[in-house]
Design a protein around this ligand. Sequence first.
Ligand code: HEM
Length: 142
Amino acid sequence: MQDFLLIIHFVGLALGVGTSFATLRLALAAKASPPAERAQIFKYAMALAKNGSLGLALLIASGLGMVFTRGAATVFSSGGVAFHVKLTLVLVLVGLLGFAQVLGKRAREKQDAQAMATLAKVGPAMLVTGLGIVVAAVLAFH
Ligand code: HEM
């Protein structure tokens, strides 16, 4: 069971953090493309964002699964401060994802240029937070 949960955790990691890298690449491509094409690229970035949400959902479900099957006290004592830092960053990531979804909806439905500009900043913030979680996770469990 533990191995299965850890496998799901790594699949979620590939989906989640992978989407952040892909979205960054798409944002750079959009910047370099003529304005007429940017709406199209934005549409694909929104489709890609679904992978990010799925990845984070898998990480949280499998992560909580590992904590409760191993015993919360055991995991928190073995993970130490680094695990607390990790979970704090996970909450930040969930907040950023929620904010990005609100901005994405506003940009899509109201062609809100301000929302799109803010979204271009939230993407890299999610990537840095995701990488911070990976560092904290490795420091917690190795
Ligand atoms: C509520 C959310 C989460 C919980 C409760 C959680 C819990 C855990 C636990 C218990 C492990 C230890 C597995 C082991 O024994 O090796 C682990 C490993 C790991 N987690 Fe999470 N996790 C969560 C979210 C995340 C997120 C969002 C990310 C990345 C963005 C992440 C990245 C990792 C990585 C990279 C490892 C492997 C660490 C290693 O084996 O060195 N986790 N997680």
